[in-house]
Design a binder for this molecule. Sequence first.
Ligand code: AMP
Length: 123
Amino acid sequence: MPIDATQPYDDGNIFARILRGEIPANRVYEDEHALAFHDIAPQAPVHVLVIPKGPYVSWDDFSARASDAEIAGFIRAIGHVAREHVGRGYRLLANTGGDAGQEVPHLHMHVFAGGPLGPMIAR
Ligand code: AMP
């Protein structure tokens, strides 16, 4: 069932469970506002997900409802995680809603790096 990026937050989603420590993740960074961990099915040599700690379904939800401190904290955390790869480049992606193929209803920024990443979007 495609994600509706405007649906209410579901506390049982898999990233909420990772945040609560109920299921493991290969964590690479954590601070007050964000957690980063390796994607379980990497689609690039480096594929890390950065998630806000607050209950936000999507980028749409987050950008509308999160506090300035949460937004700043999340963006800084993404920058921190990605900075290691800035020399050769990286790609950020936040699938939002059904047409974008969002699968997990907790905002996550994909960080792809570690080699040529190919075309920006599949045709
Ligand atoms: P999206 O399609 O943008 O919602 O991306 C969801 C991503 O979450 C996919 O790349 C999955 O491989 C990844 N994923 C799903 N479950 C887990 C998990 N338990 N730990 C790490 N990554 C996961």
